[in-house]
Design a protein. Structure first.
Length: 429
Protein backbone atom coordinates (compact mmCIF):
# COMPACT_ATOMS: atom_id res chain seq x y z
CA UNK A 1 0.00 0.00 0.00
CA UNK A 2 1.28 3.48 -0.90
CA UNK A 3 2.47 5.42 2.14
CA UNK A 4 1.57 9.11 1.92
CA UNK A 5 2.78 11.76 4.38
CA UNK A 6 1.43 15.30 4.41
CA UNK A 7 2.73 18.23 6.42
CA UNK A 8 0.78 19.10 9.56
CA UNK A 9 1.77 22.77 9.59
CA UNK A 10 -1.83 23.98 9.24
CA UNK A 11 -3.51 20.94 10.79
CA UNK A 12 -2.26 22.13 14.17
CA UNK A 13 -4.04 25.49 13.91
CA UNK A 14 -6.79 26.01 16.47
CA UNK A 15 -9.02 27.91 14.04
CA UNK A 16 -9.83 26.91 10.51
CA UNK A 17 -8.10 28.18 7.39
CA UNK A 18 -8.56 27.20 3.77
CA UNK A 19 -5.29 25.26 3.78
CA UNK A 20 -6.18 23.50 7.02
CA UNK A 21 -9.48 22.40 5.47
CA UNK A 22 -7.59 21.30 2.36
CA UNK A 23 -5.20 19.20 4.49
CA UNK A 24 -8.04 17.61 6.45
CA UNK A 25 -9.91 16.73 3.24
CA UNK A 26 -6.74 15.42 1.63
CA UNK A 27 -6.08 13.08 4.58
CA UNK A 28 -9.62 11.74 4.84
CA UNK A 29 -10.06 11.23 1.10
CA UNK A 30 -6.64 9.64 0.62
CA UNK A 31 -7.46 7.19 3.41
CA UNK A 32 -10.81 6.46 1.75
CA UNK A 33 -8.89 5.75 -1.47
CA UNK A 34 -6.93 2.96 0.32
CA UNK A 35 -3.77 5.00 0.76
CA UNK A 36 -1.83 4.69 4.03
CA UNK A 37 -1.73 8.20 5.51
CA UNK A 38 0.88 9.87 7.70
CA UNK A 39 1.37 13.38 9.11
CA UNK A 40 4.53 15.34 9.85
CA UNK A 41 4.14 17.76 12.79
CA UNK A 42 6.60 20.41 13.92
CA UNK A 43 5.44 21.37 17.40
CA UNK A 44 7.91 23.04 19.77
CA UNK A 45 8.65 20.19 22.20
CA UNK A 46 11.46 20.36 24.75
CA UNK A 47 14.04 17.58 24.53
CA UNK A 48 13.42 16.71 28.19
CA UNK A 49 9.73 15.89 27.66
CA UNK A 50 8.77 12.26 28.30
CA UNK A 51 6.66 10.28 25.77
CA UNK A 52 3.32 11.11 27.37
CA UNK A 53 4.22 14.80 27.59
CA UNK A 54 5.31 14.81 23.94
CA UNK A 55 1.99 13.29 22.91
CA UNK A 56 0.09 15.86 24.99
CA UNK A 57 1.96 18.75 23.33
CA UNK A 58 1.37 17.29 19.87
CA UNK A 59 -2.35 17.09 20.63
CA UNK A 60 -2.31 20.74 21.81
CA UNK A 61 0.66 22.60 20.28
CA UNK A 62 -0.81 25.94 21.45
CA UNK A 63 -0.62 25.10 25.13
CA UNK A 64 1.16 27.55 27.51
CA UNK A 65 4.90 28.17 27.37
CA UNK A 66 7.04 25.10 28.02
CA UNK A 67 9.26 24.55 31.02
CA UNK A 68 12.82 24.27 29.72
CA UNK A 69 16.04 23.10 31.27
CA UNK A 70 19.44 24.56 30.35
CA UNK A 71 20.01 21.43 28.29
CA UNK A 72 16.72 22.03 26.41
CA UNK A 73 17.78 25.57 25.53
CA UNK A 74 21.20 24.43 24.35
CA UNK A 75 19.73 21.65 22.21
CA UNK A 76 17.24 24.12 20.71
CA UNK A 77 20.07 26.45 19.64
CA UNK A 78 22.15 23.61 18.23
CA UNK A 79 19.15 22.18 16.34
CA UNK A 80 18.42 25.55 14.77
CA UNK A 81 22.04 25.84 13.60
CA UNK A 82 22.09 22.26 12.27
CA UNK A 83 18.97 22.89 10.16
CA UNK A 84 21.18 23.98 7.24
CA UNK A 85 22.55 20.41 6.99
CA UNK A 86 19.14 18.78 7.18
CA UNK A 87 16.77 17.51 9.85
CA UNK A 88 15.35 14.17 10.85
CA UNK A 89 11.82 13.22 11.82
CA UNK A 90 10.95 10.49 14.29
CA UNK A 91 7.75 8.54 14.74
CA UNK A 92 5.98 10.25 17.60
CA UNK A 93 4.66 8.29 20.55
CA UNK A 94 0.89 8.60 20.84
CA UNK A 95 -1.32 7.27 23.60
CA UNK A 96 -4.94 6.25 23.29
CA UNK A 97 -5.39 7.85 26.69
CA UNK A 98 -4.85 11.29 25.15
CA UNK A 99 -7.77 12.82 23.29
CA UNK A 100 -6.75 14.59 20.08
CA UNK A 101 -8.75 17.50 18.63
CA UNK A 102 -11.92 16.43 16.80
CA UNK A 103 -11.05 12.75 17.25
CA UNK A 104 -9.84 10.17 19.74
CA UNK A 105 -6.68 9.43 17.77
CA UNK A 106 -4.13 11.41 15.73
CA UNK A 107 -5.35 12.33 12.19
CA UNK A 108 -3.34 9.48 10.60
CA UNK A 109 -2.05 6.04 11.68
CA UNK A 110 1.58 7.21 11.57
CA UNK A 111 2.56 10.54 13.12
CA UNK A 112 6.04 11.97 12.57
CA UNK A 113 7.57 14.83 14.51
CA UNK A 114 10.53 17.16 13.97
CA UNK A 115 10.58 19.92 16.57
CA UNK A 116 10.14 23.43 15.10
CA UNK A 117 10.84 22.14 11.59
CA UNK A 118 8.47 24.56 9.85
CA UNK A 119 9.59 27.72 11.62
CA UNK A 120 13.27 26.74 11.36
CA UNK A 121 12.93 25.94 7.66
CA UNK A 122 11.27 29.29 6.94
CA UNK A 123 14.01 31.12 8.83
CA UNK A 124 16.69 29.16 6.98
CA UNK A 125 15.11 29.96 3.60
CA UNK A 126 14.92 33.68 4.36
CA UNK A 127 18.62 33.64 5.26
CA UNK A 128 19.93 31.41 2.49
CA UNK A 129 17.27 30.92 -0.19
CA UNK A 130 17.71 27.14 0.18
CA UNK A 131 15.36 24.31 1.09
CA UNK A 132 15.85 22.16 4.19
CA UNK A 133 16.21 18.43 3.59
CA UNK A 134 14.32 16.16 5.94
CA UNK A 135 14.91 12.47 6.63
CA UNK A 136 12.43 10.00 8.09
CA UNK A 137 14.17 7.84 10.68
CA UNK A 138 12.36 4.56 10.12
CA UNK A 139 13.12 2.60 6.98
CA UNK A 140 10.01 0.45 7.30
CA UNK A 141 7.61 3.39 7.79
CA UNK A 142 9.17 6.18 5.72
CA UNK A 143 6.68 7.57 3.18
CA UNK A 144 6.73 6.82 -0.53
CA UNK A 145 5.27 10.27 -1.20
CA UNK A 146 5.43 13.50 0.77
CA UNK A 147 2.64 15.88 -0.18
CA UNK A 148 3.31 19.45 0.94
CA UNK A 149 -0.08 21.14 1.22
CA UNK A 150 1.37 24.58 0.44
CA UNK A 151 4.84 25.78 -0.63
CA UNK A 152 7.10 25.03 2.35
CA UNK A 153 10.92 25.29 2.13
CA UNK A 154 11.43 21.58 2.92
CA UNK A 155 12.07 18.57 0.69
CA UNK A 156 12.70 14.87 1.17
CA UNK A 157 15.25 13.07 -1.01
CA UNK A 158 13.94 9.70 0.23
CA UNK A 159 10.49 10.20 -1.28
CA UNK A 160 8.53 11.64 -4.17
CA UNK A 161 7.75 15.32 -3.44
CA UNK A 162 4.37 16.78 -4.43
CA UNK A 163 3.33 20.35 -3.65
CA UNK A 164 -0.10 21.96 -3.84
CA UNK A 165 -0.47 25.35 -5.47
CA UNK A 166 -3.43 27.23 -4.02
CA UNK A 167 -2.88 30.65 -5.54
CA UNK A 168 -0.22 33.28 -6.18
CA UNK A 169 -2.33 36.19 -4.97
CA UNK A 170 0.70 38.04 -3.45
CA UNK A 171 1.88 38.48 -7.05
CA UNK A 172 -1.49 38.57 -8.85
CA UNK A 173 -3.27 40.97 -6.47
CA UNK A 174 -0.41 42.16 -4.23
CA UNK A 175 -2.32 44.92 -2.43
CA UNK A 176 -4.67 42.34 -0.90
CA UNK A 177 -2.00 40.50 1.13
CA UNK A 178 0.86 41.35 3.48
CA UNK A 179 3.36 38.83 2.11
CA UNK A 180 6.95 39.74 1.31
CA UNK A 181 6.56 39.61 -2.48
CA UNK A 182 10.20 38.76 -3.20
CA UNK A 183 10.43 35.99 -0.60
CA UNK A 184 7.07 34.57 -1.73
CA UNK A 185 8.15 34.55 -5.38
CA UNK A 186 11.51 32.98 -4.60
CA UNK A 187 9.92 30.36 -2.35
CA UNK A 188 7.37 29.34 -4.99
CA UNK A 189 9.99 29.11 -7.72
CA UNK A 190 12.39 27.09 -5.57
CA UNK A 191 9.77 24.71 -4.18
CA UNK A 192 8.03 24.15 -7.52
CA UNK A 193 11.36 23.61 -9.27
CA UNK A 194 12.28 20.90 -6.73
CA UNK A 195 8.85 19.23 -6.67
CA UNK A 196 8.33 16.08 -8.72
CA UNK A 197 4.73 17.16 -9.33
CA UNK A 198 2.65 20.27 -8.66
CA UNK A 199 -1.06 20.06 -7.92
CA UNK A 200 -3.17 23.12 -8.66
CA UNK A 201 -6.57 23.44 -7.04
CA UNK A 202 -7.98 25.22 -10.12
CA UNK A 203 -7.31 25.95 -13.77
CA UNK A 204 -7.15 29.60 -12.74
CA UNK A 205 -4.24 29.07 -10.34
CA UNK A 206 -2.44 26.89 -12.88
CA UNK A 207 -2.67 29.60 -15.54
CA UNK A 208 -1.39 32.21 -13.06
CA UNK A 209 1.60 30.03 -12.16
CA UNK A 210 2.46 29.40 -15.80
CA UNK A 211 2.13 33.07 -16.77
CA UNK A 212 3.68 34.77 -13.72
CA UNK A 213 6.17 32.18 -12.43
CA UNK A 214 7.09 30.45 -15.67
CA UNK A 215 6.25 26.98 -14.34
CA UNK A 216 6.08 24.41 -17.18
CA UNK A 217 2.47 23.66 -18.05
CA UNK A 218 3.01 19.90 -18.10
CA UNK A 219 4.39 19.86 -14.55
CA UNK A 220 1.08 21.05 -13.08
CA UNK A 221 -1.97 18.82 -12.70
CA UNK A 222 -5.32 20.34 -11.76
CA UNK A 223 -7.21 18.46 -9.07
CA UNK A 224 -10.26 20.36 -7.88
CA UNK A 225 -10.97 20.20 -4.18
CA UNK A 226 -13.92 18.54 -2.56
CA UNK A 227 -15.56 19.26 0.75
CA UNK A 228 -17.94 17.25 2.90
CA UNK A 229 -20.20 19.28 5.19
CA UNK A 230 -21.32 17.45 8.35
CA UNK A 231 -23.74 14.64 7.59
CA UNK A 232 -25.68 15.60 10.71
CA UNK A 233 -26.55 18.90 9.03
CA UNK A 234 -27.19 17.50 5.56
CA UNK A 235 -29.50 14.77 6.82
CA UNK A 236 -31.23 16.68 9.59
CA UNK A 237 -34.91 17.54 9.04
CA UNK A 238 -35.14 21.13 7.85
CA UNK A 239 -37.70 22.13 10.48
CA UNK A 240 -35.31 21.04 13.21
CA UNK A 241 -32.57 23.19 11.65
CA UNK A 242 -34.94 26.13 11.43
CA UNK A 243 -35.67 25.85 15.12
CA UNK A 244 -31.94 25.83 15.93
CA UNK A 245 -31.28 28.91 13.83
CA UNK A 246 -34.08 30.77 15.56
CA UNK A 247 -33.11 29.73 19.08
CA UNK A 248 -29.30 29.88 18.83
CA UNK A 249 -28.91 32.98 16.67
CA UNK A 250 -32.29 34.73 16.79
CA UNK A 251 -32.44 34.63 13.00
CA UNK A 252 -35.32 33.83 10.70
CA UNK A 253 -34.44 31.08 8.20
CA UNK A 254 -33.80 32.35 4.65
CA UNK A 255 -34.11 35.94 5.87
CA UNK A 256 -30.39 36.66 6.25
CA UNK A 257 -27.27 36.73 4.10
CA UNK A 258 -24.11 35.02 5.31
CA UNK A 259 -20.43 35.79 4.82
CA UNK A 260 -17.89 33.41 6.37
CA UNK A 261 -14.13 33.50 6.10
CA UNK A 262 -11.15 35.57 7.15
CA UNK A 263 -11.61 39.33 7.38
CA UNK A 264 -8.85 40.61 5.14
CA UNK A 265 -8.57 42.86 2.06
CA UNK A 266 -8.81 40.17 -0.63
CA UNK A 267 -12.22 39.13 0.73
CA UNK A 268 -13.59 42.58 -0.17
CA UNK A 269 -15.70 42.88 2.95
CA UNK A 270 -15.73 46.68 3.10
CA UNK A 271 -17.43 47.00 -0.31
CA UNK A 272 -19.72 44.12 0.65
CA UNK A 273 -20.86 45.89 3.80
CA UNK A 274 -21.43 49.15 1.97
CA UNK A 275 -23.45 47.35 -0.70
CA UNK A 276 -25.55 45.46 1.84
CA UNK A 277 -26.33 48.56 3.92
CA UNK A 278 -27.27 50.68 0.91
CA UNK A 279 -29.23 48.02 -1.00
CA UNK A 280 -32.99 47.77 -1.04
CA UNK A 281 -32.74 44.55 0.92
CA UNK A 282 -33.78 44.68 4.57
CA UNK A 283 -32.23 41.31 5.39
CA UNK A 284 -29.50 40.93 8.02
CA UNK A 285 -25.93 40.28 6.87
CA UNK A 286 -24.25 37.82 9.24
CA UNK A 287 -20.44 37.97 9.17
CA UNK A 288 -18.57 34.96 10.58
CA UNK A 289 -14.83 35.41 10.70
CA UNK A 290 -11.80 36.44 12.69
CA UNK A 291 -9.49 39.35 12.10
CA UNK A 292 -6.96 39.03 9.29
CA UNK A 293 -3.93 41.21 8.73
CA UNK A 294 -5.90 44.37 7.95
CA UNK A 295 -8.82 45.53 10.10
CA UNK A 296 -10.27 48.40 8.06
CA UNK A 297 -13.48 46.57 7.20
CA UNK A 298 -13.82 45.15 10.69
CA UNK A 299 -13.38 48.53 12.38
CA UNK A 300 -16.00 49.96 10.04
CA UNK A 301 -18.82 47.54 10.75
CA UNK A 302 -17.94 47.02 14.42
CA UNK A 303 -18.19 50.76 14.97
CA UNK A 304 -21.68 50.70 13.45
CA UNK A 305 -22.66 47.90 15.79
CA UNK A 306 -21.07 49.49 18.85
CA UNK A 307 -22.84 52.78 18.23
CA UNK A 308 -26.20 51.12 17.67
CA UNK A 309 -26.43 52.63 14.20
CA UNK A 310 -27.51 49.44 12.48
CA UNK A 311 -29.25 46.17 13.32
CA UNK A 312 -28.60 44.78 9.84
CA UNK A 313 -25.13 43.41 10.57
CA UNK A 314 -24.20 40.60 12.94
CA UNK A 315 -20.63 39.60 13.69
CA UNK A 316 -19.74 36.15 15.02
CA UNK A 317 -16.04 35.51 15.54
CA UNK A 318 -15.93 31.73 15.27
CA UNK A 319 -18.40 28.85 15.19
CA UNK A 320 -18.19 25.09 15.31
CA UNK A 321 -18.31 23.22 12.01
CA UNK A 322 -21.87 22.09 12.69
CA UNK A 323 -23.11 25.55 13.69
CA UNK A 324 -21.58 27.13 10.60
CA UNK A 325 -22.99 24.49 8.25
CA UNK A 326 -26.43 24.99 9.79
CA UNK A 327 -26.19 28.74 9.20
CA UNK A 328 -25.14 28.11 5.60
CA UNK A 329 -27.99 25.72 4.90
CA UNK A 330 -30.62 28.15 6.19
CA UNK A 331 -29.23 31.34 4.61
CA UNK A 332 -30.98 33.25 1.87
CA UNK A 333 -27.58 33.26 0.16
CA UNK A 334 -23.92 33.15 1.06
CA UNK A 335 -21.79 36.09 -0.01
CA UNK A 336 -18.30 35.85 -1.58
CA UNK A 337 -17.54 38.89 -3.75
CA UNK A 338 -13.77 38.37 -3.24
CA UNK A 339 -11.32 40.44 -5.22
CA UNK A 340 -9.51 37.23 -6.09
CA UNK A 341 -9.53 33.54 -5.09
CA UNK A 342 -7.53 30.48 -6.00
CA UNK A 343 -10.60 28.25 -5.70
CA UNK A 344 -13.46 29.23 -3.39
CA UNK A 345 -14.11 26.35 -1.00
CA UNK A 346 -16.83 28.22 0.99
CA UNK A 347 -18.75 28.73 -2.26
CA UNK A 348 -18.57 25.01 -3.04
CA UNK A 349 -19.76 24.13 0.46
CA UNK A 350 -22.74 26.43 -0.08
CA UNK A 351 -23.63 24.70 -3.35
CA UNK A 352 -23.47 21.29 -1.65
CA UNK A 353 -25.84 22.52 1.07
CA UNK A 354 -28.28 23.91 -1.49
CA UNK A 355 -27.66 27.58 -0.69
CA UNK A 356 -27.53 30.27 -3.40
CA UNK A 357 -24.22 32.07 -3.77
CA UNK A 358 -23.49 35.74 -4.43
CA UNK A 359 -20.01 35.52 -5.98
CA UNK A 360 -17.57 37.83 -7.67
CA UNK A 361 -17.22 37.43 -11.41
CA UNK A 362 -13.60 36.30 -11.08
CA UNK A 363 -12.12 33.25 -12.85
CA UNK A 364 -11.77 30.80 -9.96
CA UNK A 365 -15.22 31.42 -8.46
CA UNK A 366 -16.77 31.15 -11.90
CA UNK A 367 -14.85 27.88 -12.38
CA UNK A 368 -16.35 26.53 -9.15
CA UNK A 369 -19.89 27.89 -9.38
CA UNK A 370 -20.53 27.69 -13.11
CA UNK A 371 -24.08 28.84 -13.85
CA UNK A 372 -25.13 28.35 -10.23
CA UNK A 373 -24.29 31.78 -8.75
CA UNK A 374 -25.44 35.37 -8.84
CA UNK A 375 -22.32 37.20 -10.02
CA UNK A 376 -21.19 40.74 -9.28
CA UNK A 377 -18.21 42.91 -10.16
CA UNK A 378 -16.16 42.84 -6.93
CA UNK A 379 -14.75 46.33 -7.54
CA UNK A 380 -18.16 47.93 -8.14
CA UNK A 381 -20.31 48.56 -5.04
CA UNK A 382 -23.40 49.16 -7.17
CA UNK A 383 -23.00 45.76 -8.85
CA UNK A 384 -22.81 43.99 -5.46
CA UNK A 385 -25.71 46.13 -4.21
CA UNK A 386 -27.89 45.04 -7.16
CA UNK A 387 -27.09 41.39 -6.43
CA UNK A 388 -28.18 41.81 -2.79
CA UNK A 389 -31.42 43.44 -3.92
CA UNK A 390 -32.24 40.76 -6.48
CA UNK A 391 -31.54 37.87 -4.16
CA UNK A 392 -33.62 39.38 -1.36
CA UNK A 393 -36.62 40.02 -3.64
CA UNK A 394 -36.65 37.21 -6.22
CA UNK A 395 -37.55 33.97 -4.45
CA UNK A 396 -38.00 32.08 -7.71
CA UNK A 397 -34.48 33.08 -8.78
CA UNK A 398 -33.10 31.80 -5.47
CA UNK A 399 -34.83 28.47 -6.00
CA UNK A 400 -33.31 28.22 -9.47
CA UNK A 401 -29.87 28.82 -7.99
CA UNK A 402 -30.45 26.20 -5.29
CA UNK A 403 -31.25 23.54 -7.89
CA UNK A 404 -28.39 24.58 -10.17
CA UNK A 405 -25.99 24.59 -7.23
CA UNK A 406 -26.80 21.02 -6.21
CA UNK A 407 -26.17 19.88 -9.80
CA UNK A 408 -22.92 21.87 -10.05
CA UNK A 409 -21.63 20.47 -6.76
CA UNK A 410 -21.72 16.92 -8.15
CA UNK A 411 -18.75 17.83 -10.36
CA UNK A 412 -16.68 18.14 -7.16
CA UNK A 413 -17.90 15.02 -5.36
CA UNK A 414 -15.63 13.19 -2.88
CA UNK A 415 -15.75 10.11 -5.11
CA UNK A 416 -14.30 12.03 -8.06
CA UNK A 417 -11.71 13.67 -5.81
CA UNK A 418 -10.58 10.28 -4.45
CA UNK A 419 -10.22 8.84 -7.93
CA UNK A 420 -8.11 11.80 -9.04
CA UNK A 421 -5.91 11.44 -5.96
CA UNK A 422 -5.52 7.71 -6.58
CA UNK A 423 -4.56 8.37 -10.22
CA UNK A 424 -2.08 11.05 -9.16
CA UNK A 425 -0.24 9.01 -6.56
CA UNK A 426 -0.14 5.94 -8.83
CA UNK A 427 1.30 8.00 -11.70
CA UNK A 428 4.29 9.37 -9.77
CA UNK A 429 5.53 6.07 -8.29
Amino acid sequence: MTKLCIDGMNLSLTQGTGIRTYAQNLLSNAAAADISTQVLFGADIPHSANPTERAAILADPHSPARSRTKTDRLIRRVTRIKTRWGRSAQIAFSSDKIIWPNANLPPAPVVWHASNIFSDANRHFRNTGKLVKIRFDSESSKPDIVHWTTPIPICCDQSINICTLHDIIPLKAPYTTNHDRIVFSQLCRRVFDRADKIISISETSKLDAVELLGIPDDKITVIHQSVSPPETVINRPIQSLHRDIEEQFDLEPYQYFLYFGAIEPKKNLLRTLEAALTSESRLVLVVVGHRGWSNDAEHYFLSLLANGRTNRIRHLDYLSETQLASLVRCARATVFPSIYEGFGLPALESLILGTPVLASATPALMEVCGEAACYANPLDVSSIRDAFTRLSRDTAYCEELRAAGLAQAKKFSPEKYRQRLRNLYTSVL
